[in-house]
Write a protein that binds this ligand. Structure first.
Ligand code: ATP
Length: 236
């Protein structure tokens, strides 16, 4: 589905991603964990073309998208839900969702997807006409997730969906992600500070350290790995 080979990204002269390779099969949740500054956000931004890679290849459904502009990658089904929500605070929940569908032309499909999301996430109905800025952090995160879903993703790239949320709300967001994966077959590349929660819900995971993948494995396997426990799970 997504096959990333030897990706390198710089900020000016700062070498942030140092030959990152990873893959995602259809229907998988794959987590990327790592310390602050490891390059997780940089990786997601590079995948959607918000940052230009220095070298490496991004194959999406066997097509090389490495040099496509962000909008084309979005239309192909590679969609980023960015860190910090980035909603349009003055706009209503409805309008924020409509913006998620800006690159789509199928009006009937857009209408049907909005209704489906309203049925699936009652919180949308509750605040449908309210400005997004008046919602709580967790509610805004749900709206951000739904806005990304309005772009019709094949693969959803999620950057820190539980950042700044209470444990209970974090659980709710992660539950919603699992449900989308199980019930709708959505493939997800999940970047999470909360390594334990991410490893619990993912099929596989990569550990990123200073711009390099230093370990990969099944979620369960990494949860039980002594080095991962020491470095990322606060054990030992
Ligand atoms: P966090 O968990 O704190 O969000 P991260 O793993 O997502 O961290 P990145 O945000 O990708 O890490 O940052 C990777 C490195 O790139 C860091 O050293 C950071 O300081 C640097 N960096 C990030 N954005 C910029 C920028 N706009 N200009 C220069 N350096 C940057």
């Amino acid at each position: 589905m997504l096959n990333v080979r030897s990706l390198q990204t710089y900020y000016g002269r700062i070498h942030v991603l140092k030959t990152v390779s990873l893959h995602l099969h259809p229907g998988e949740i794959v987590a990327v964990i790592g310390a602050n500054g490891a390059g997780k956000t940089t990786l997601l931004k590079t995948l959607v073309g918000l940052l230009v890679q220095q070298s490496g290849t991004i194959l999406f459904r066997d097509r090389d998208i490495s040099h496509l502009p962000t909008e084309k990658r979005l239309q192909a089904g590679l969609v980023l839900c960015p860190e910090g929500r980035k909603l349009f605070g003055d706009l209503s929940v409805q309008d924020n969702l409509a913006l998620g569908a800006f690159s789509r032309k199928d009006r009937q499909g857009i209408k049907a997807d909005m209704q489906r999301l309203r049925d699936q996430f009652p919180i949308l109905n509750k605040f449908w006409t309210r400005p997004a800025s008046s919602l709580s952090g967790g509610e805004q995160q749900m709206v951000a997730l739904c806005r990304a879903l309005m772009s019709n993703p094949e693969v959803l790239l999620l950057d820190e969906p539980s950042l700044g949320l209470s444990p209970l709300l974090s659980q709710e967001i992660l539950k919603a992600i699992v449900s989308l994966n199980r019930n709708q077959g959505l493939s997800v590349l999940l970047v999470e500070q909360n390594a334990r929660a991410a490893l619990k819900i993912c099929h596989r995971a990569y550990v990123l350290e200073t711009g390099r993948v230093v370990m990969e494995g099944e979620g369960r396997e990494l949860l039980n790995h002594k080095g991962v426990q020491r470095a990322y799970l606060g054990k030992g």
